[in-house]
Design a protein around this ligand. Structure first.
Ligand code: FAD
Length: 596
């Protein structure tokens, strides 16, 4: 880190701003838009060629309890319900009272601010349940929002140029599909005429866009969120520099952070940031050295993250250089996600996130011994935690999802898409799923104990027919059941027997959406030293800061909800604003049609 007394580096320019924000994901752009709205001169430095980081790859759902959409739908939950739920999930030891209060206070205003004062418009997740429905205060909907589908034809070229395509691993030929109604239509395209029409229309537009615009234009999920935040930032005068990495902090004689050096394509630039620097570089999930502290990951290589290559902990290293530190005291250091690997014919490899398939009836998860080990329909975090706990020490941490033909052709199964997409693409061409005529042959091919697997399936089938998973309680919570399928004819939407052959398997390994451990901060997201004092002028938001939920995953949207909220709150703190921007109304107004 440079101090004011040290000689200056050789630079090509000096730039001035009020706030320098490193990183253009949910955390960085939320802060940028909010600060610019309050009249500050904001510069966003983005190391990649396009904006959005992991956020642009993501499902884009943000946990936002108490948001105004809920109120518009007549759901007025007391804040104590959110506290009770979080306390039950997190536990006393990791419950960070001050930061959670800051989150709960700011989250409804954050949603209303973006909805009312920027082009970002949200779709409420009225039916998205909290994961642990058996715990006190758990919600059964109305606690999350995502950006609405956005057709990017109206975006000016200079903004389109800094937006990535829809993430390859979770899109279909580059077309993103949104959780909820949109996905429902795609899954039912062969069953319902209106779903077929919806899917056909979306896909035709996509093919047209690929031909004419050479890219995806129907932006959904995290990409829609980033596109709208970029548009909002542009409208409010934020300067965004891509291919520009933050390299070094500059502190004044009082130890206050007053600027940075940026590495631009033209050379080093010295930036004076009068009101401070916000680190929003997306945590450290690709940093192999630091991953050695992950459980069951002695070399750091036993882990596949879905985050982009830039998420290597640059922000954390800078915070450490200024006296900050990594707080990894929470329950787990990363936001686990079960992944399977797909090798493409061009030699590239991708990690596919098993977000939805585990919960579908007719699909179970087993270990090498052929036994189930977890409630597969709980959160992705729980599936990985289950693997980490159940696989004996010294063995590779892996499991297999097993499904019958009905399930595999009705829903997504790993990277394999349902009917009418030919399954041979995945079994024979990409070879990312394994097929066999019998369960023991399938076990043989995968290296699973055949007797163990056959016994497990026989027992599971009995429980599925009875509608009760006595081993792991799958299907007991609203979250489990909403992830299932009520149309199978079996009593519990989360459970169906594995029926007719052939059978399929996909190997699942330990991965993550990003890190939960992060820079220690206070409720305003100011970076802290280990003695509790504040590093003046330095903030950390998004995955750069330690997870507000103490390394737990209480609900979908656990990362983006806090990233947007703490970005918003940090910017307001820097701007010295106390009055909220929203008008306090319960928007959307009279013409609101209700949520899906
Ligand atoms: C497939 C997938 C699905 C997901 N779904 C969800 C979901 O639905 N809900 C949810 O809550 N979470 C989800 N997540 C996780 C979530 O997307 C991320 O945790 C969150 O978006 C991180 O936001 P961020 O702003 O901290 O970082 P990012 O969005 O990663 O942004 C950080 C940015 O900083 C840039 N950067 C890095 N180093 C530097 C540097 N030195 N200088 C300048 N810039 C730098 C990066 O290039 C990047 O653009 C998902 C993740 C994935 C991959």
């Amino acid at each position: 880190m440079e101090t004011m007394q040290q000689p200056a580096r050789q630079t090509i320019a000096d730039w001035q701003c009020d706030i320098l924000i490193a990183g253009s994901g949910a955390g960085g752009l939320s802060a940028a838009v909010t600060a610019a709205h309050h009249g500050l001169n904001v510069l966003v430095a983005e190391r990649a060629a396009t904006c959005g980081g992991a956020t642009a790859r993501s499902g884009g759902w943000a946990w936002t309890p108490g948001n105004a959409f809920a109120k518009a739908d007549g759901v007025n939950e007391p804040r104590d319900d959110f506290r009770s739920y979080l306390k039950a999930v997190i536990g006393e030891q990791d419950y960070d009272h001050e930061r959670i209060e800051m989150f709960l206070e700011n989250v409804p205003h954050m949603v209303s601010f973006f909805e009312q004062k920027t082009p970002l418009k949200f779709t409420p997740g009225a039916k998205i349940c909290d994961i642990y429905g058996h715990l006190p205060g758990a919600g059964s909907g109305h606690r999350s929002v995502a950006a609405t589908l956005f057709y990017a034809k109206s975006l000016p070229k200079h903004l389109l140029d800094i937006l990535p395509d829809q993430y390859k691993m979770t899109s279909f030929w580059g077309m993103g599909i949104m959780a909820g109604q949109d996905l429902g239509h795609f899954l039912n395209a062969m069953k319902k005429p209106q779903s077929f029409l919806h899917a056909a229309k979306r896909f035709s537009i996509h093919v047209w866009d690929k031909a004419v615009h050479k890219r995806n234009m129907q932006m959904v999920n995290g990409l829609a969120l980033i596109a709208k935040l970029v548009q909002a930032a542009d409208e409010k005068g934020v300067r965004i520099e891509v291919n520009t990495a933050i390299k070094e902090l500059i502190e004044d004689e009082n130890g206050r952070i007053v600027g940075t050096y940026l590495k631009t394509p033209q050379g080093l630039v010295r930036v004076s940031a009068a009101k401070g620097v916000i680190l929003a570089t997306g945590g450290y999930p690709v940093n192999v050295e630091r991953r050695k502290n992950f459980p069951r990951s002695p070399s750091g290589e036993e882990h596949w993250t879905l985050a982009p290559p830039e998420a290597d902990g640059a922000g954390l290293a800078l915070a450490e250089s200024a006296g900050g530190y990594l707080d990894d005291s929470g329950r787990s250091p990363a936001a686990w996600c079960p992944v399977s690997l797909v090798k493409f014919k061009d030699g590239s490899e991708g990690a596919f996130p098993h977000i939805a398939d585990r919960a579908k009836p007719g699909i179970i998860g087993v270990l090498k011994n052929g036994k189930r080990f977890v409630n597969e329909a709980n959160g992705y975090y729980d599936y990985v935690t289950g693997m980490l706990n159940a696989v004996p020490e010294g063995e590779k941490v892996e499991s297999w999802l097993i499904g019958d033909k009905r399930a595999v052709r009705s829903y997504m199964f790993g990277y394999a898409k349902p009917r009418p997409i030919p399954l041979q693409i995945y079994t024979d061409y990409l070879r990312c799923i394994t097929e066999a005529d019998t369960l023991d042959q399938l076990a043989e091919k995968c290296g699973i104990d055949p007797v163990g697997l056959m016994n497990t399936v026989a027992e599971f089938n009995q429980m599925a027919k009875a509608g009760k998973d006595i081993d792991f309680g799958r299907g007991d919570t609203p979250f489990n059941r909403s992830g299932g399928d009520a149309s199978t004819g079996f009593p519990n939407p989360s459970l169906a027997p594995l029926g007719k052959d052939p059978y399929y398997a996909v190997k699942v390994q330990v991965g993550s959406f990003g890190t939960f451990a992060g820079i220690a901060v206070d409720a305003w997201s100011r970076v802290l030293r280990s003695d509790g004092s504040v590093v003046a002028g330095l903030y950390a938001v998004g995955l750069d800061q330690k997870s507000v939920f103490g390394g737990n995953y209480p609900c979908g949207g656990t990362n983006i909800g806090p990233a947007l909220t703490f970005g918003y709150a940090a910017a307001r703190h820097i701007a010295g604003v106390t009055a909220y921007e929203d008008d306090g109304s319960s928007f959307p107004s009279a013409d609101y049609q209700g949520s899906f």
